[in-house]
Design a binder for this molecule. Structure first.
Ligand code: MG
Ligand code: ZN
Length: 392
């Protein structure tokens, strides 16, 4: 596999050659010019990475560990554009059990990420904006809490603020997702083993004057602020902050999601009782809202490389189920042209928002066969809970 630093260097050079200079510039300036719509829709092609083949060889009927990977906003077109960019192959192709998740919420045909994650984490459809509560605003237990209560190790990895809806859905119980400081405070009420993501601001510069990072240290956590330090962690509880708010989008972010995922797996797998880990490819959604194809492609490739890291562990471990899915589709993205030889892909979008279409579910490992066909998003949580023998 091409070393990612190299990949990134070539990528930036690649963009320079094609006149885009760097995606960061594009993201901040040029795409806002409506004349550049064609530029936004085109990923010109770039370097690619080798994809390993992993075969599922389960050593148990029920998984001991579950890694849930949520590509925020990641519909089939997002995946297939990345597959085209990577010359026709992704790590995701190792997943042989595939289904579709119906993503509607209790209040809306088109869900937001809060109701979406509540379905995936708690097995309950709720109203848009709500986290970890049912339509009557009654708290409902999420799979991470149930796993923690049973003695499993638990963790969260995200490239958005860790207090943003998707990761917060595995911690918080609140009827409005925007209460970031309250959500950060709810992390302190858990016994979570590892969390890595942005959002240090919500822990440290707060209206109530509390310094939650200090409180985390008092509770026995190591609190670290760079991915270089985070990936050196070998044991113990970890709060890893990679940004004050959200991480930068790719390629400016660099290699964060893969080492964060590897570190979480390294720390969580040090137990005989099993673990639950959620990894989010957060910014696929952000770039899809903007209808920027290079951003969607690069974010989805980054997420696929994190999937590769999880597969490497699961394939050798034999007791780990990986589920990859999305909370909803973003952008109404479709693919209008591509080239497997150059990795070029062009896309069109029907929306700057989320859409109502079902999203794919991919499963690998013991229990994977239970995640096929058309299923409710809530079934994903319910079946994961059953496989880990957790009772709500
Ligand atoms: Mg999210
Ligand atoms: Zn969104």
């Amino acid at each position: 596999m091409i070393i990612f630093d190299n990949f990134l260097k070539k990528l930036i050079i690649g963009f320079a050659f094609t006149g885009l200079l760097s995606f960061t510039n594009l993201a901040q300036e040029e795409y806002k010019d409506p004349k550049n719509k064609a530029l936004q829709e085109l990923y010109p092609g770039g370097p690619f990475y080798e994809v390993q083949n992993y075969t599922q060889s389960n050593s148990t009927k029920n998984p001991k560990n579950i890694i849930l990977m949520i590509g925020d906003g990641m519909g089939l077109a997002h995946v297939y554009s990345a597959m085209t960019a990577n010359r026709g192959h992704l790590f995701l192709e190792n997943f042989k059990h595939i289904g579709f998740s119906k993503t509607y919420s209790s209040s809306d045909y088109i869900t937001d990420s809060a109701a979406g994650v509540t379905a995936l984490a708690c097995g309950v459809k709720t109203f848009n904006g709500a986290l970890g509560v049912d339509p009557e605003k009654k708290p409902v237990k999420n799979i991470r809490e149930l796993a923690e209560n049973k003695g499993l190790k638990t963790g969260l990895v995200s490239t958005s603020a860790i207090t943003h809806a998707t990761p917060a859905g595995f911690v918080a119980h609140i009827d409005s997702r925007g209460e970031y400081e309250e959500i950060a405070a709810q992390f302190l009420k858990t016994n979570i083993d590892v969390f890595i993501g942005g959002g240090s601001k919500n822990f440290e510069s707060r209206k109530d004057g509390r310094n939650l990072s200090k409180e985390l240290i008092d509770k026995g956590y190591k609190v670290l602020y760079t991915i270089a330090d985070i990936k050196k962690s070998t044991t113990g509880k970890l709060a890893g902050f990679t940004a004050p708010e959200h991480d930068a989008p790719m390629p400016a972010r660099g290699d964060v999601l893969v080492p964060a995922t590897e570190t979480a797996i390294k720390l969580l797998s040090q137990t005989s009782k099993g673990f639950f880990l959620m990894v989010e490819g957060s910014e696929i959604d952000f770039l899809a809202h903007e209808n920027i194809t290079p951003g969607v492609v690069l974010e989805t490739l980054d997420f696929d490389r994190a999937i590769g890291a999880a597969l490497k562990f699961a394939a050798s471990n034999g007791e780990t189920l990986i589920i990859v899915t999305a909370d909803h589709e973003t952008g109404g993205m479709s693919i209008n042209g591509g080239d497997y030889k150059t990795g070029m892909v062009t896309a069109k979008y029907t929306s700057g928002e989320h859409t109502g279409i079902a999203v794919p579910v991919y499963a690998f490992g013991p229990g994977a066969e239970q995640f096929t066909g058309f299923i409710e998003n809530t079934d994903i949580a319910k079946r994961m809970m059953k496989l880990l023998q957790l009772t709500p």
